[in-house]
Design a protein around this ligand. Structure first.
Ligand code: ATP
Ligand code: MG
Length: 223
């Protein structure tokens, strides 16, 4: 699925005087099956953009389209369904479910969206193993290191084989070797036809994905 943001303006706290827009008249598109990297200083709006693409937030003006879905025109429940069907999201702060084990953090969301089939558990185990977490399957998030949690978050999104993967600094807590394995998993998604939008400062990641870079230049986003 391709992605198109057109003249997007997004601010928070609209009713307050401090409600300066985070994004102003932002336009960019991502062709289907390709990768784009968002790079900019802290607070420049990377997570905000990913949330707009995932349909978690709506913009005040402009439009966000993902494949045939124009997100501003969808009700909240339809956007939830859109996200469940089409989007894999590696959250910057992981958003793992704390009562569940690493393995259950993959399998339970699959069941909730009706995507749990006969091979799902085995695939989840294999994926966690590939990401170096074979010994950690039955640990809960608080029993994992931060880098291990980050890899569970990546595995959960990758397991879904989403049409669109948004990933928020998915290698930020990883050493080079662990990052490499995560990058391979993301490359696998691209080979499968997924479209990727990744917020990152990791040149290894940008290069491996052959990603177009969308960066902040003098305070403005530019291709
Ligand atoms: N829910 C929110 N309510 C109010 N302001 C917010 C909210 N989320 C983000 N912001 C503000 O929007 C701006 C952009 O935030 P965003 O999280 O998109 O930045 P970022 O580029 O992802 O930063 P980082 O590199 O630190 O993750 C920041 O000034 C932030 O304070
Ligand atoms: Mg962020």
């Amino acid at each position: 699925m391709d992605i198109e943001l057109k003249d997007v303006t997004k601010s928070y706290h609209r009713r307050h005087r401090s409600g300066k827009a985070v994004l102003t008249d932002l336009s960019f598109s991502v062709p289907s099956g390709s990768a784009t990297v968002l790079t900019g200083p802290s607070g420049s709006g990377k997570t905000t953009m990913l949330n707009l693409i995932a349909g978690l937030h709506l913009c005040e003006s402009g439009s966000v389209r993902v494949g045939p879905h124009v997100l501003g025109g969808l009700s909240e429940s339809r956007r939830d369904r859109f996200r469940a069907r089409h989007i894999g999201y590696v959250y910057q702060t992981f958003n793992l479910l704390s009562p569940l084990t690493a393995l259950e953090n993959l399998t339970v969301p699959s069941s909730l969206i009706g995507a749990f089939g006969p091979g799902t558990k085995a695939r989840a185990e294999a994926l966690l193993e590939t990401l170096g977490l074979g010994g950690e399957l039955h640990k809960r998030p608080y029993e994992l290191s931060v880098g291990q949690r980050q890899r569970v978050a990546v595995a959960r999104a990758v397991l879904k084989k989403p049409d669109v993967l948004v990933a928020d600094e998915p290698t930020a807590s990883l050493d080079k070797a662990a990052a490499k394995v995560v990058i391979s998993a993301l490359e696998g998604l691209i080979r499968g036809g997924a479209t990727l939008v990744v917020a990152t400062h990791d040149p290894q990641l940008t290069e491996a994905l052959g990603a177009r870079v969308f960066a902040v230049d003098e305070g403005r986003w530019a291709a």
